[in-house]
Design a protein around this ligand. Structure first.
Ligand SMILES: *[C@@H]1O[C@H](CO)[C@@H](O)[C@H](O)[C@H]1NC(C)=O
Ligand SMILES: *[C@@H]1O[C@H](CO)[C@@H](O)[C@H](O)[C@H]1NC(C)=O
Ligand SMILES: *[C@@H]1O[C@H](CO)[C@@H](O)[C@H](O)[C@H]1NC(C)=O
Ligand SMILES: CC(=O)N[C@H]1CO[C@H](CO)[C@@H](O)[C@@H]1O
Length: 463
């Protein structure tokens, strides 16, 4: 039924591209729109009003009602002797408000006085925002007791105004001539119809609509003969409206992002979640561990995926070591605010090779106790987890470094990976236990899940 409305959207598309190609407008006009709904409440067919009301509700889903985008007004009418309800521009400040009002409308009997309603519409048009386009949608099955053609012509003649007439009832019972008079053009009449060929037609229309948006200026395609089933037509219209507004949405997204950033910044300093945790992951990327480093990456990723990563929750830093002088902080605690980015970084680490300098790795990781690297002393608990086989052959004494790290408040764990074949010799238990405060802080791939549970503890109430 909304099919002809599409033409309205096409016209808007044309304006969009036109304005755009001139570069004179940042926002396409279809982002700003006055929408005036004139709703026939007479219920000449039992249940007819409910259908019309639901139609309006449905179409409104594609609107972005708010003072800076789509501004709505509405006239609800029946016979001349019945009270008309006039909702002035901006009566609803949001889609929710609009929805509330419309949903609570009930049918009242009586005749249909569309002429009178359109005269009221003319009055309302005076107070619209004249700098933006206006869409007028008259929802009626026709058969007005008074002749609406006079005020309809006046409305159609208002610059930058697009007028449509929509009927939600059985097309056979609709006064098509009257709808034509109101819409002013056959393409501005929206009727219900069967759903035959609807899918094909829809696809064709969509394709054409998009072509129009790209090339534009002439919108002469005649859809006179095309009718669609109600549901499909509503879908289609909504889709087109959405596409017409794509540019607005990009803008909105940008705004939202800004807002989010602001919020995050504010909240970092403000509320304490009780889930603060500084997690420093230290990976042994030396030759002795090749190709086990891949297993370290996988375990580290799994760990990150299970805790609650966020600036107010678990912050993650990553240190990679191999030979002396090759130790590197890959990222500080305050670098990422989400698990995905951390995991992505870990997954894409390049293997370096070299000798093993565990002590130096721990020493580098200790920097993450510093606020300059994003640490939250007092607030967060500190975990340092070192993925290594323990075969240290260069650099500072790991046991000593470990004690220093513990003195800074780090709860220090080691994780080794056992290879299935030669499982006795591959892990240097002695070094591992000299690094860890006690054997309970030494883990392997086999009981790694137990370590994950420890690392999750601090976040549990925020998960
Ligand atoms: C119209 O909708 C209202 C509430 O939404 C309902 O109470 C009423 O029964 C409906 N009327 C018909 C005829 O379906
Ligand atoms: C009309 O709408 C435009 C776009 O939202 C807005 O910039 C302008 O301030 C509005 N004018 C009035 C008088 O409200
Ligand atoms: C609007 O129509 C679509 C189908 O076209 C339907 O799925 C949806 O439930 C309708 N929404 C309302 C609020 O009537
Ligand atoms: C395909 C189709 O619906 N064709 C119709 C176009 O309109 C004329 C008259 O308006 C009908 O006779 C055709 O059946």
């Amino acid at each position: 039924m909304l099919i002809r409305c599409i033409i309205g959207v096409l016209v808007l598309c044309a304006i969009v591209s036109f304005v755009d190609s001139q570069g004179s407008s940042i926002f396409p006009p279809s982002c700003y729109l006055n929408v005036l709904i004139v709703l026939d409440r007479s219920d000449s067919v039992k249940g007819g009003f409910n259908r019309s009301r639901d139609f309006v509700l449905n179409v409104s889903q594609e609107l972005n009602i708010n003072q800076n985008a789509h501004i709505v007004a509405m006239i609800v009418y029946s016979g001349a002797s019945y009270r008309r309800q006039v909702f002035k521009w901006n009566f609803a400040k949001s889609n929710e408000e609009f929805y509330q009002v419309v949903r609570n409308l009930r049918a009242i009997g009586g005749t249909t006085a569309t002429k009178k309603a359109l005269e009221v519409a003319l009055d309302l048009m005076d107070s619209r925002n004249k700098t933006i386009p206006t869409l007028i949608m008259v929802v009626t099955d026709g058969r007005s007791q008074d002749d609406p053609s006079e005020p309809a012509k006046h409305l159609q003649a208002i610059p930058n105004t697009y007028m449509f007439a929509a009927a939600t009832g059985d097309p056979a019972l609709v006064d098509k001539q009257e709808l034509y008079t109101i819409g002013g053009h056959v393409n501005h009449v929206i009727l219900q119809s069967g759903r035959e060929l609807a899918a094909d037609l829809t696809r064709k229309l969509l394709r054409e609509a998009q072509d129009k948006c790209r090339t534009t200026t002439t919108t002469t395609t005649n859809y006179q003969n095309i009718t669609l089933g109600r549901e499909l037509a509503a879908d289609l219209t909504r889709k087109l409206l959405r596409e017409a507004q794509d540019k607005c949405r990009t803008t909105t997204t940008t705004t939202t992002t800004t807002t989010t950033t602001t919020t995050t910044t504010t909240t970092t300093e403000n509320p304490i979640t009780g889930c603060e945790q500084d997690l420093v992951i230290v990976l042994d990327f030396s030759t002795t561990t090749h190709p086990i480093y891949k297993a370290y990456q996988e375990l580290a990723e799994r760990l990150v995926s299970r805790v609650k990563v966020g600036l107010r929750y678990t912050r993650v830093a990553l240190v990679v070591f191999s030979s002396v002088g090759w130790t590197q902080t890959k990222f500080d605690l305050d670098r990422y605010d989400n698990a995905e980015d951390v995991m992505y970084h870990i997954r894409n680490l390049q293997y370096t090779g070299g000798t093993t300098a565990i002590g130096e790795g721990i020493s580098e990781a200790m920097k993450q106790a510093d606020e300059a690297h994003g640490a939250r002393p007092e607030l967060a608990n500190k975990i340092m987890v070192i993925f290594t086989d323990g075969w240290n052959n260069k650099g500072p004494e790991p046991g000593e470094m470990s004690k220093k790290a513990q003195a800074l408040g780090f709860d220090l764990y080691t994780v080794g990976v056992k290879e299935p074949e030669s499982s006795e010799t591959q892990l240097n238990q002695l070094t591992l236990e000299s690094i860890a405060p006690d054997p309970k802080h030494v883990f392997t791939n086999e009981n790694f899940d137990q370590f994950i549970e420890i690392a999750r503890r601090r976040n549990l109430k925020c998960l």
